[in-house]
Design a protein around this ligand. Structure first.
Ligand code: CA
Length: 224
């Protein structure tokens, strides 16, 4: 699937030029000529946003601040403003990069590509963790010893995911219970130790070193 770029630019020529260039490069491009349109198009979950700062209705910086809460993709400002204070403001508003007009399309293209590559790497790192002989696929919700799946129950996998995603951090029983069972679950945290025991046993039986440490009087942690 091609990456989707959202191009926000009020100057027709530049907008058309960016669209043509990035479409030729194999991207899917959606364009907005003002802030209101840009906010609406964010619902299409673009993979990257090229955001002009000087727009007829809303300032690009303001748009960035507003969408930052629900849009995690890289935002690259494209602007005629050149002062360093503007650059700092752009990055402070939640932007990831800053390209000053007039820019070279090839350079902008290279930067876009680099940002998207970094995003892909980050997403992959978040999806799978390799920890010695143990591999955890968080998206697929499965743990492997080498290539062999470890038959973990749902709660056991949830506990493993919680501890490994925060390796080194100590969680007490209550926090584990809240995170895995939910705040409004009917039971209580006394079930946690038994699940930890089972999880350790499963890891051990699969041939992985069970790196869940008990921190006496405090809780449990995944040893780094
Ligand atoms: Ca403009």
């Amino acid at each position: 699937m091609p990456h989707t770029l959202l191009v926000v630019e009020d100057e027709d020529d530049i907008r058309a030029m960016l669209r043509d260039y990035f479409e030729l490069e194999g991207y899917r491009v959606v364009t907005a000529a003002d802030g209101a349109q840009a906010m609406r198009l964010c619902a299409q979950k673009p993979d990257l946003i090229l955001l002009d700062i000087g727009l007829p209705d809303t300032d690009g910086l303001e748009i960035c601040r507003r969408i930052r809460e629900h849009v995690a993709c890289p935002i690259v400002f494209v602007t005629a403003r050149v002062q360093e204070a503007d650059m700092l403001m752009a990055l402070g508003a939640g932007g990831d990069d800053y390209v000053v007009k007039p820019f070279r399309l090839a350079e902008l293209g290279a930067r876009v590509k680099a940002h998207l590559r970094r995003e892909t790497r980050r997403a992959q790192a978040a999806r799978v963790r390799f920890d010695g002989d143990l591999t955890i696929d968080y998206a697929g919700r499965c743990a492997y010893a080498g290539d062999t799946p470890i038959p973990l129950a749902k709660k056991e996998f949830d506990i493993l995911a919680l501890l490994t995603q925060h390796a080194g951090q100590v969680f007490d029983r209550e926090r584990i219970y809240e995170a895995v069972w939910g705040y409004d679950a009917p039971g209580d945290s006394s079930v946690v130790p038994e699940h930890i025991r089972r999880l350790r046993r499963q890891l051990l039986q699969a041939g992985c070193s069970p790196r869940i440490e008990t921190v006496w009087g405090v809780g449990y942690k995944w040893a780094k």
